[in-house]
Design a protein around this ligand. Structure first.
Ligand code: SF4
Length: 235
């Protein structure tokens, strides 16, 4: 769906959701403050979620293009690496939490997107809303955000084509190493479940860096930054 004039006109012949599951297979919803209660009541667990962090490139469904996120966007994970929402039961073709599904799922009418366009970017739920009261854990999340924020990463990536290339490369590799280490630390030292890390620290930068035309390779203990289809920048 897009907000420009070329978008399809609302289908006035359809009046209610046929529960076809098409939207559930295109990616889970983003969370709004109104959905906080679903997580607090344990209807949706943190391990079912992942965070798109502030500044991270992501597809804006209303504007119809890839943009840096203006805040945390908390979303439901896909099933086994696919886009299909983890709560969609493919066999019975139904939402397993239909009566308590998040707000975007309730508001979305695929035949008329005007209602979801109004709420899409408003009152987004953030990690701070959910876990800032958990002392220790929140410090780790904030520390990670400071050292591995997308604003900083983007600055370094932009500087790769300048005479500051060496510093930029060093900065990017430090961010990546810290992003990897913090995930290992909370699992190995603090005993957290590994499927919580995409919610706590966002998707691994080793994956999201592909959005910038870069990838990470490992040579022994050393990480190398490689342009997609190119050779290592690390020398
Ligand atoms: S929560 Fe339910 S309705 Fe919403 S995308 Fe997932 S399966 Fe579909």
């Amino acid at each position: 769906m897009t907000s420009n004039d070329s978008k399809p006109k609302p289908d006035t012949t359809t009046t209610e959701c046929r529960r076809c599951g098409t939207c559930c297979k295109k990616g889970g919803p983003s969370f709004h403050l109104e959905d906080k209660v679903l997580i607090e009541k344990g209807i949706i667990l943190s391990k079912h979620l992942y965070t798109i962090r502030k500044g991270e490139l992501s597809f804006d469904n209303v504007k119809g293009c890839i943009l840096p996120a203006s805040s945390d966007i908390i979303k439901i994970k896909g099933h086994k690496g696919s886009w299909t929402c983890v709560f969609f039961d493919e066999k019975n073709h139904e939402c397993t939490i239909y009566d308590t599904r998040p707000m975007e799922c309730r508001v979305l009418k695929c035949w008329d997107t005007r209602e979801i366009e109004k709420i899409y970017a408003k009152n987004r739920l953030t990690r701070k809303d959910l876990i800032s009261s958990i002392e220790g854990l929140w410090d780790l999340v904030e520390g990670h955000q400071k050292q591995c924020g997308y604003d900083l990463l983007t600055l370094f990536i932009d500087a790769l084509n300048t005479d500051k290339k060496d510093d930029a490369l060093k900065g990017i590799l430090e961010i990546i190493e810290h992003d990897i280490k913090i995930r290992e630390l909370v699992v190995q030292e603090a005993g957290l479940e590994s499927d919580l890390t995409d919610f706590l620290f966002g998707r691994p930068i080793t994956e999201t860096i592909k959005m910038y035309g870069l990838k990470i390779e490992k040579n022994g203990e050393k990480y190398l930054l490689v342009p997609t289809g190119g050779t290592s920048l690390s020398g």
